[in-house]
Write a protein of this length. Structure first.
Length: 367
């Protein structure tokens, strides 16, 4: 049986190019081409497609509004966003991932359009196959467990917010330290939604720097940082080359670049580099972790590897793990894709395997 697909884009040219890009995949059937979100929504209810390939910015109803409508109506469908590389589109795309879109693909902006769309067709097909595999193993359409976002107050001290969920940590190998000097986090597919939940439920800014590698193209990492910053009591920014990492601030590696950290005197210095991809990733978790090889000789460092495809982060952990490091891997149940954390667990490099709620509770219990 073929998977039914609806394409929605206000550009007739883009609809045609996406349709042609998907033509080689004979197990896909394009059942409708919509010109805006409202058009798509009306025909989703009629045609009941398996997948929606959606533009971000459209008249009448954009991609974000379409996702909200699908969520309100409890319509389960695999959504892959096609996003232009602009700040506005990137902001909408990041929010769309939190609203239920499975993943996104950046629209080509230059070069041979036909060749670019051939590549996009392969990307879409790979994401469709991945979605189908994941859906066989776990429900991907369900009510979000994100707590209500409470206005942030970026100050240190006693937290006065009410109704913060607390979850007992059960998956520890041994008792873990309560104090660290630095936190390094690697994450990929499913990352934006996972990070939004973590940062929106932090009870106070963590009194150390946090460095994050999220696999993502340029432009989108800045939008992710801005989105997290709005939702969290902790300040979140895109990392800049040469800056000093400060306590209470989370730094996200810029898309298309690597993030490294060094200890200079008492300061953690950030370095943005243009080295080749590692594990086909740029930024790479391995690059960030390995850059801390001298830091872990002197400082206590918390390493976290969360949802994502592949094994980026495993080699980095293996190279720097010592008595000063604590390694947390997200568990299979709460990982959108149990790839990167699984690589850590399979290599027995972890000190604890935790659910997402347990990770949040652990962070809130530090210091």
């Amino acid at each position: 049986m073929k998977d039914k697909v609806i394409i929605v884009d206000d550009s007739a040219l883009y609809r045609l190019l996406v349709k042609r890009a998907l033509a080689p995949f004979k197990n896909l059937e394009i059942v409708y081409e919509a010109v805006n979100g409202q058009d798509a929504f009306d025909n989703i209810k009629k045609l009941k497609p398996d997948f929606l390939i959606s533009d971000v910015e459209m008249p009448i109803m954009n991609g974000l509004e379409l996702l909200k409508k699908l969520k309100q109506e409890n319509i389960c469908i695999g959504v892959i966003m096609l996003s232009g590389a602009s700040k506005h589109n990137a902001n909408i795309t990041i929010e769309s991932l939190n609203l239920g879109a499975f993943d996104f693909i950046e629209k080509p902006t230059s070069g041979n359009t036909s060749s670019n769309f051939d590549y996009i067709g392969k990307q879409i097909y790979q994401k469709i196959l991945l979605y189908k595999t994941l859906r066989r193993n776990k429900p991907l359409c369900r009510e979000s467990s994100n707590s209500k976002i409470i206005p942030k107050r970026k100050i240190f001290g006693k937290d006065t917010r009410k109704n913060i969920p607390h979850h007992k940590i059960t998956g520890l190998k041994s008792n873990l330290p309560k104090h660290y000097d630095l936190i390094l986090l690697g994450i990929s597919t499913g990352g934006p939604k996972t990070l939004i939940k973590i940062f929106s439920e932090l009870q106070k800014p963590l009194p150390v720097p946090m460095l994050i590698v999220q696999h993502m193209p340029p432009m989108f990492t800045k939008s992710l940082a801005d989105n997290l910053d709005r939702k969290s009591k902790m300040t979140v920014v895109e990392a800049l080359d040469g800056e000093r990492a400060k306590k209470g601030i989370a730094y996200i590696a810029p898309g298309g670049k690597h993030l490294e950290v060094t200890l200079t005197g008492l300061d953690y210095r950030l370095k943005i580099t243009d080295k080749p991809p590692v594990n086909s990733c740029k930024p790479s978790v391995d690059i960030l972790f390995e850059s801390a090889k001298d830091i872990v000789k002197k400082k206590k460092v918390l390493l976290m590897v969360l949802t994502g495809m592949g094994k980026d982060g495993k080699d980095g952990v293996a190279k720097i793990k010592n008595e000063n490091t604590t390694v947390i891997a997200q568990d299979e149940t709460t990982s959108i894709i149990y790839g990167m954390p699984k690589a850590i667990v399979d290599a027995n490099l972890h000190d604890a395997k935790m659910s997402l709620d347990e990770i949040i509770n652990f962070l809130n219990g530090l210091w």
